[in-house]
Design a binder for this molecule. Structure first.
Ligand code: T6T
Length: 397
């Protein structure tokens, strides 16, 4: 079995940027496989292309590949940290010729595709929807978007069931739980519908044409590096996540925890779960600060946790004293960053995840080359680079 490395988002084996201000990471994807429409799960892979950081990032101000240790925040001076930033589009695989060489430019017919969000009304999934819709026009396919009112498998599964009953050609879905969505999705794939997992995944994604998601472990580590730059003397840190069993946020917690535990100047107080409800995240913050008034940093692993953490820190009267680093960059998070409630945000590339996901679905339907796993990058935003980054999410298309 041959194996290929297809570098997605253009930055080579080493990545990115853990600098507090303005650096980005675009981690490569791997596992490219060619499938025909009759056997989308083929594991046969073939050597493909590899791009170095240099070629992918030319002109971005970050011209050389750096190893993880070279990239550590402590190795960079303030000025080095504030300079370079790549916008989402610069990191986009689809924007770079060669990075996504097998991507289709036109579908062979007007396929019917449904995008099932993790939750409706979330700026992350709205931005993903915008990317999907734009790409659908280019490819000549029809996309319909649906999402549950809460990030909850008991609400998402009935939506999936009704979508499957409508017999689309392909489904792009962000599964809301690694276990609960496993069997329904495997069943949908077995019925002949091409399934592409976007953002989140399930325990055994082997039925899927492709999985497209951010480098979530890397993003969690970048969040810790941001806290460390803001609080160089160390101290107590807390993580607020949504629910266990959500692949993305679990991976961010892992990345953060591993980095925090590897730094003896920090005490990791562990993770508390907000169930994706901002008010609960706010309560967690106020209660935690009452118990441990010397907390120096809080990592909120997604948009709603970050929104709640920002409220909690205001209620506790600790704005600017406790550093908040959040994942995601919706309009409210960007506002909190600009007004100083939150100090850094790890912005994903939801539009690109959507574009890549739809391309994979069409490639799977048309018997083209599919990439089993695509990893997209992130940008660490601060007040200084947020406006120039182009990484903020959309509230509507
Ligand atoms: O952080 C994103 C997404 O990546 C995660 O899987 C769930 O939460 C968000 O949608 C933000 O609310």
């Amino acid at each position: 079995m041959k194996r290929s490395i297809l570098l997605k988002g253009g930055v080579g084996t080493v990545v990115a940027v853990l600098a507090l201000a303005g650096c980005s990471s675009s981690k490569p994807a791997a596992d490219s496989s060619t499938s025909s429409s009759s056997s989308s799960s083929t594991a046969d892979t073939s050597a493909s292309s590899a791009m170095t950081s240099d070629s992918a990032m030319s002109g971005s101000g970050m011209s050389s590949a750096m190893s993880g240790s070279e990239m550590s925040s402590s190795a960079m001076s303030g000025s080095e940290m504030s300079g370079s930033s790549m916008s989402g589009s610069e990191m986009s695989g689809s924007a770079m010729s060669g990075a996504n060489g097998g991507a289709p430019t036109k579908a062979s017919k007007n396929y019917k595709v449904t995008f099932i969000q993790g939750v409706a009304g979330d700026n992350f999934y709205i931005t993903m929807q915008c990317g999907i819709q734009d790409e659908a026009k280019k490819l000549g396919v029809t996309v319909n978007t649906q999402g549950p009112a809460k990030f909850d498998p008991t609400l998402q599964k009935p939506i999936l069931d009704s979508v499957v009953a409508s017999k689309p050609d392909a489904i792009l879905i962000a599964p809301t739980n690694v276990t609960a969505m496993q069997a329904p999705l495997a069943k949908a794939a077995a019925s002949g519908i091409k399934i592409v997992l976007v953002d989140t995944t399930v325990n055994d994604p082997s039925f899927a044409v492709s999985e497209v998601s951010s480098d979530n472990v890397g993003g969690g580590k970048a969040a810790f590096d941001a806290v460390k730059q803001l609080q160089p003397k160390g101290g107590k840190v807390l993580v607020i996540s949504t629910d266990p069993g959500v692949s993305t946020v679990d991976a961010r917690v892992k990345g953060f925890d591993e980095a925090a535990k590897g730094d003896s100047t920090f005490t990791d107080l562990g993770v508390q779960y907000s169930h994706n409800v901002p008010a609960t995240a706010a309560q967690i913050v106020t209660a935690a600060l009452q118990k441990d008034p010397d907390i120096v940093g809080i990592f909120a692993t997604n948009l709603f946790s970050a929104e709640g953490a920002a409220t909690g820190i205001k209620q506790a009267g600790k704005v600017g004293k406790v550093s908040i680093v959040g994942f995601d960059a919706g309009p409210d998070q960007v506002k909190a960053l600009k007004d100083g409630t939150v100090q850094a945000l790890v912005a994903q590339q939801p539009g690109i995840i959507g574009v890549d996901g739809l391309q994979q679905a069409v490639a799977g339907l048309d018997g083209g080359t599919v990439t089993k796993k695509i990893q997209t990058g992130f940008t660490v935003l601060t007040k200084d680079n947020v406006d120039s980054s182009g990484a903020a999410y959309k509230a509507s298309c």
